[in-house]
Design a protein around this ligand. Structure first.
Ligand code: AMP
Ligand code: TRP
Length: 332
């Protein structure tokens, strides 16, 4: 049986990049695999979170997953901190991983920036917790965006070193599942920057909670260039904003970039934007309605997380017990 694990941080502002790059793909996987989808609140702590906001964001992201169509019966949906095994295995893995491996992580370098000495130890160790998330369940496949590929390679290195050090064939080597369309949705204000939760400008992204009017305004204000739209993808070279907007249209309408270009060949951005806004509202509208309904019912969201955590604990318990025996913890 192939088992999927993936995670998303509850750091607020779920946006179109999260939806197209991650969540929508998860919805497709639920038919084919046994899946665990985890709201990784422990990862969120690597940067300062206002405690009350962390609680609210954990519920909001969960509502987003449910609203997008993830079925809490077929999948295990839970928040990370409810299953203690993640922290317990992360400690073991932080003793397996080498400082040099973590030093090479580009996400740490980006996030710590010039203030390395001021970054939390957790931000540095983050990939060992991510490896623990996956391997606590011996997951075999992990759907992620491009940005997470390096962390998955590290997960494989940790699994391999653990197996070698202890002379066991215990952990599987996980495979990334990278989806073709929309692996990198870019900012609406700058086509060379990733659409991100943390961009200070809200006009840079379409949030999953934006209402129709807000979406229309954000798309109208999105950065473009003066040329008309090209007939072929080749014509998008050196036009990052045009490439991003057409790519988004293609992803939302589930048509190829070629077809999207043909459809809008020679059109002005303003005509294109009208159709793009209409499409965005029609795809996101029903999800937003459901998110709104769920946000009025936090008891239901909490019940989903509680039930998911119980199932996750049941899966993890025998695996963690074996790991603890392998490393030599005495259990008198
Ligand atoms: P994060 O927002 O960093 O917690 O990411 C959650 C998931 O969304 C991960 O699988 C990311 O790869 C994906 N993701 C985040 N931002 C983007 C983006 N701009 N384009 C595509 N996927 C994204
Ligand atoms: N690091 C991932 C991100 O920032 C989130 C994550 C945590 C994750 N644990 C994971 C993704 C395990 C896949 C598998 O997007």
């Amino acid at each position: 049986m192939q088992r999927i694990f993936s995670g998303i941080q509850p750091t607020g502002n779920l946006h179109l990049g999260n939806y197209l790059g991650a969540i929508r793909n998860w919805v497709r996987l639920q038919d084919e695999y046994e899946c665990l989808f985890c709201v990784v609140d422990m990862h969120a702590l690597t940067a300062w979170q206002e405690p009350r906001e962390l609680v609210a964001n954990t519920r909001e992201v969960t509502a987003g997953l449910l609203a997008a169509g993830l079925d809490p019966e077929r999948n295990i949906i839970f928040n990370q901190s409810q299953v203690r095994g993640h922290a317990q295995l992360a400690w073991i893995f932080s003793c397996v991983a080498r400082m040099g491996w973590l030093n090479r992580m580009t996400q740490f370098k980006e996030k710590a920036g010039k203030h390395r000495e001021n970054a939390s130890v957790g931000l540095f160790a983050y990939p060992t917790l991510m490896a623990a998330d996956i391997l606590l369940y011996k997951a075999t496949h992990v759907p992620v965006g491009e940005d997470q590929k390096q962390h998955l390679e590290l997960t494989r290195d940790i699994a391999q070193k653990f197996n070698n050090d202890f002379g066991v064939e215990f952990f599987p080597l996980v495979e990334p599942l990278i989806f073709g369309a929309a692996t990198r949705v870019m900012s609406l204000r700058d086509g060379t920057n990733k659409m991100s939760k943390s961009d200070p400008s809200d006009y840079s992204r379409i949030n999953m909670t934006d209402d129709a009017d807000t979406i229309v305004v954000k798309i109208r204000k999105a950065k473009t260039d003066p040329a008309p739209l090209p007939a072929e993808p080749d014509g998008l070279e050196d036009r990052p904003e045009a490439a991003n907007l057409l790519g988004l249209y293609g992803a939302l309408s589930e048509t190829s970039l070629e077809e999207t270009c043909q459809r809008f060949a020679g059109a002005s951005f303003s005509d294109f934007k009208n159709e793009f806004a209409e499409l965005s509202v029609s795809v996101l509208g029903p999800i937003q309605d459901e998110m709104r309904r769920l946000s009025a019912d936090p008891g239901h969201v909490d019940a989903v997380l509680r039930q998911g955590a119980g199932r996750a604990r049941d899966l993890a318990a025998p695996i963690l017990a074996e790991i603890e025996e392998i490393v030599g913890y005495l259990r008198p």
